[in-house]
Design a binder for this molecule. Structure first.
Ligand SMILES: Cc1cc2nc3c(=O)[nH]c(=O)nc-3n(C[C@H](O)[C@H](O)[C@H](O)COP(=O)(O)OP(=O)(O)OC[C@H]3O[C@@H](n4cnc5c(N)ncnc54)[C@H](O)[C@@H]3O)c2cc1C
Length: 211
């Protein structure tokens, strides 16, 4: 085990609650570190709430243009540049990540990139993303580790390596809005939040829906 580094506050996972906890405590002068394996700010700004709404907004614009005459304006036919839809979403995510990195710098909270695991009471060992190991101890430790998608027990489903929102094969379902993915993948199992986003894909690919 590497030498143990002492922190007043240690936050495990940099999701919404974790990062705000870290920024607030560090701003008060407490020595604070956040352990994060990859997503600065967690799922919401990177692969979940915000990028999906960004893509849905593009679909809404295309829909308005497609029905422009119903609104009494416009003549242009709607066209969809899926690569630009994805690029626009990526620009938004990059901007959010950069804004959060500024908050880490301003508050003084340290963001430690790597895979963490508990190795003792209030003690986390981090396999650093860029190599090496750090061992961090916090007087107070906050957990913000999120969730993982469950694969339901449907025969054959697990073997098909389905894409979920935290699938390692693609960085996210919202990232799946790419020409190659749409051509190659046509079976969606989705309910609730995912449905509107997938319906976006229906604009540009052939799809059938079974309830
Ligand atoms: C497609 C989609 C759309 C959504 N839309 C909405 C919406 O519109 N509105 C809404 O309210 N909610 C929405 N949600 C749900 C919302 O995104 C999640 O509930 C929320 O982001 C979870 O936040 P969290 O902070 O609990 O976890 P996360 O944001 O997942 O944060 C946990 C962090 O911990 C890190 N981590 C985990 N284990 C380790 C480890 N061992 N070492 C280091 N780091 C680790 C992860 O990398 C991650 O960054 C959506 C979800 C999805 C999938």
């Amino acid at each position: 085990m590497s030498e143990i580094e002492q922190f007043d506050v240690l936050v495990f996972g940099s999701g919404t609650g974790g990062k705000l906890t870290a920024w607030a405590n560090a701003s008060e002068g407490l020595r604070t570190a956040v352990v994060e394996r990859g997503l600065v700010g967690g799922s919401c700004p990177n692969i979940a709430c915000l990028p999906t709404k960004n893509v849905i907004h593009s679909a809404k614009v295309a829909d308005f243009v497609r029905h422009d005459r119903e609104f009494g304006s416009g003549t242009a036919p709607a066209s969809v540049e899926i690569a630009e839809v994805r690029a626009r979403k990526r620009r938004m995510v990059d901007g959010l990540v950069s804004m959060q990195m500024d908050k880490y710098r301003e508050s003084g909270a340290e963001l430690v990139f790597g895979e963490g695991s508990f190795v003792g009471p209030k003690t986390i060992e981090v396999q650093l993303r860029n190599g090496g190991v750090r061992t961090l101890h916090g007087d107070r430790v906050f957990l913000n580790l999120g969730t993982r998608a469950a694969i339901p027990d449907i025969p054959g489903l697990r073997d098909a390596s389905p894409l979920t929102w935290n699938s390692p094969r693609h960085s996210s379902v919202s990232e799946a809005v790419s020409p190659s993915w749409i051509v190659d993948h046509r079976c969606f199992l989705a309910r609730t939040k995912m449905s509107p986003m997938l319906s976006w894909n229906f604009f540009v690919s052939t799809a059938s829906m079974f309830d």
